[in-house]
Structures are given as structure tokens and as C-alpha cells.
Design a protein around this ligand. Sequence first.
Ligand code: PMT
Length: 270
Amino acid sequence: VQQNIHILSDRGAHFIGPGSGVLACKTVGEGRMIEPQEVVDAALSLLNKQSDLAGKKILITSGANHEPIDPVRFIGNRSSGKMGRAIAQEAVLRGAEVTVITGPADVPPPASSNVIEIQTAQEMYDAVMQHLPEADIIIGAAAVSDYRVENPTGHKQKRNGSGLHLDLTENPDIIAAVGAQKRSDQLVIGFAAETNDLIANAQAKLKKKNLDMIVANTVGTPDSGFGSETTDARFIFSNGTIDEHPLMKKTQLAERLMTQIVELLNARAN
Ligand code: PMT
């Protein structure tokens, strides 16, 4: 097998896997077929349909946060990671080097990206700050938990007949911290998840967090926002321009977002 792998590699074949885990013979180790989704991701990435982001490093936050209450309970949110995953996949396809800092999610980021898994907003903040210096483009698609439990207990809390009262304290605003310290060669893009006053709220976040652009999407409806395959969106810029994007698949929106990012980079270069 090893000789055949060498021959095929010399002829330019690419290998995906093997994965590791429990094997058919009941031992644990390398030798499993990797997940079909990872095969698809790797194949798509090899096809590399456009390379207009080649040489760019993109840092993406994705998914939810779990803020512990005690060792068995947490405060979370409904982010599935689908939007972050779609953005990461599209960026990889266009030749970028992609790092995804992901909280708990229903779908994993593409295998062809550098994946960093975290649970809490503070862990996400720390990971973002660590990778920020080398990033050209930062995209905040995660549903970051704005609050954490001030004093999570080390033991499972018992019912005591008088309810449970939690003191919550604010988490850092990750994308605002990135916006506050961004270099002139870095592009910072946030999302705004809104149930009402979409444009006004998104514009306020764009300004307050010092972003180059914000993607405003409606949440709380079955077709758009958390968990859905589709979303609506508006790309809002600091000069007041608003581009409307009707309800579409998150993968299609990710394509439009990457095209927009390339335009912003080209405009800066000229
Ligand atoms: O994961 P899916 O199920 O596919 O859902 C996708 C999504 C709805 C989560 C995504 O499209 C989206 O809107 N992500 C941002 C969710 C959010 O937290 O929005 P916000 O309006 O509360 O925050 C504005 C921006 O600040 C976001 O870029 C957010 O990542 C960032 N933020 C917010 C709070 C915080 N403490 N730190 C942050 O960095």
C-alpha cells in the first residue's frame, strides 16, 4: 500500500485521510475512511474554482458559545455554524488560507481550514487575539455570548425549592476589540443579527465596532438566521451604501460576500 501511495503521489494524485478511530477489527488507530463531507470539502478545495483570494489569510469566528452554569449546564444560543462554515468553504475555494475559531456547532468547518475549537466567549476572544496579527481579513459570523455566569459552581447544582438565581457579567466584545486595534491593511467584517430595526441597529454596530462592513441578517424567522439553510442579508458600508440581498442559500451569500471582499481589497489597492 505504501509503495502504491508513493507511485500515485509521484503522479500527482492527492490523498484524503485516512481518519482514525475504532476500526472494523475493533482496534483503535488510523485506517478509517474519513467522513464523506470531508472528502467533498477536500475535492472542492482542490478544484479551486477561482484564486482571487490566494495569499490572503482569513480569520473567521463561527458557531455558538456555551457559558457554564455548573459542570453539566450552560447558557447557549441557536447558532448552527452553517453561515461560518459556508464563508470558510468559499474562502478556501478562492485560495485563501483560512482559520476558523468555532464554538459548539451542528456542522463542522471545512476540513481544509485550520480549525480551533472553543466553548466560551472568553476562549474565543483569546484565540482571535492570538491569530489576529497574521490575519488580512477578519469576519465575525459567530453568535458570541454577550454574558457569562459570574460564578459557575464546580459541582452540579441541586434543586432546593427556591429557584435558581444567576448573576451574569458581560463578556468582551470580540469584533469591537478587533475593530479598535485593526491595522490599515486589515479588513474587518461583522454580522448583525436583528429581529427588528435591522438597518438602524446594524449601522449603529458598524460604527461602534469600527468595522469596514457589516452583514445585517434577520433572525427569529424560520427561513433566515439561526439554523436555517437560507438567509436574507444587507451589506452595509461606512459611507452609507446598502446592498440588498434577498433570501438565498447561505452558501450563495458566502459567494457574494467573498466577491464583495475582493472588490474592497481591489479598491484599496488602487
Ligand atoms: O450559525 P448559523 O445557524 O448559520 O446562524 C448564522 C448567524 C445568524 C449566527 C450569523 O449570520 C450572524 O448573524 N452572526 C452574528 C450573530 C451576532 O452575535 O450578532 P450581534 O448583532 O449580536 O453581534 C454583532 C457582531 O459583533 C457580530 O459580528 C458578532 O460576532 C460580534 N460580537 C458580538 C458580541 C460579542 N460579545 N462579541 C462579538 O464579537
